[in-house]
Design a protein around this ligand. Structure first.
Ligand SMILES: CC(C)(COP(=O)(O)OP(=O)(O)OC[C@H]1O[C@@H](n2cnc3c(N)ncnc32)[C@H](O)[C@@H]1OP(=O)(O)O)[C@@H](O)C(=O)NCCC(=O)NCCS
Length: 176
């Protein structure tokens, strides 16, 4: 992997290629320092050194000809106390231990080639290796991601409405 700041610039370029609706589905762009932290945490993980915090955010760039054409993030929950949002909308009370899929994006010129599927399957392998279920919260109207997650073993677990009235669905690999 090249230098992390250079990688962060390439990830930022990928985000600039997106339509307003794509950006909306992604819940906006994240800050530079967060991207750098995500990359660093993933690098530590692949070196066998998973940080021991309650929430470890990781980011995985997908490269082609040294350009970043895909990016995904996830959070490893390690006995993580539910935050206010999780308590209010998801009804969580006890500490959680799942792998929370967060952002997933593929450059518009490289879609329908299986790149998102690879990034989903990579994260599922991490979940499996860590002995965790995977969870993903998506907007109900984002049909393409719901279809992809379902094809990769996720099931609808429940729906809720955000404060702004957006309908959300939680999908999970949990078998119960
Ligand atoms: C959703 C998103 C990530 C999908 O990325 P993608 O790389 O095009 O996804 P894939 O190529 O893996 O799958 C898309 C389709 O191509 C099909 N496909 C997979 N491999 C393929 C291949 N080699 N050749 C042709 N088609 C293929 C998949 O089966 C899927 O078909 P479906 O639409 O019938 O389910 C992308 O559209 C995106 O970035 N959207 C904006 C951001 C967003 O909404 N993110 C999700 C919320 S965080």
């Amino acid at each position: 992997m090249s230098n992390k700041t250079e990688m962060e610039d390439k990830i930022r370029e990928l985000f600039t290629s997106l339509s307003p609706q794509d950006k909306n589905f992604l819940g906006g762009l994240h800050h530079t320092e967060n991207i750098i932290r995500e990359l660093r945490n993933h690098f530590s993980y692949i070196q066998g050194d998973l940080p021991s915090r309650q929430r470890v955010n990781m980011g995985i760039p997908y490269l082609k000809d040294s350009k970043v054409i895909g990016y995904c993030t996830f959070t490893v929950m390690q006995d993580a106390r539910p935050n206010n949002y999780d308590q209010k909308f998801i009804g969580l009370k006890e500490p959680v231990n799942y792998l929370h899929f967060k952002k997933l994006v593929v450059h518009p010129d490289f879609r329908n080639q299986g790149i998102a599927t690879e990034l989903i399957q990579y994260r599922l392998r991490v979940a499996n290796r860590l002995g965790k279920d995977a969870v993903c919260d998506v907007e109900k109207e984002n049909e393409s991601i719901i279809k992809l997650l379902t094809e990769n073993g996720f099931k609808n677990s429940f729906h809720w409405k955000t404060r702004k009235g957006t309908e959300m669905i939680r999908l999970t690999t949990h078998s119960k």
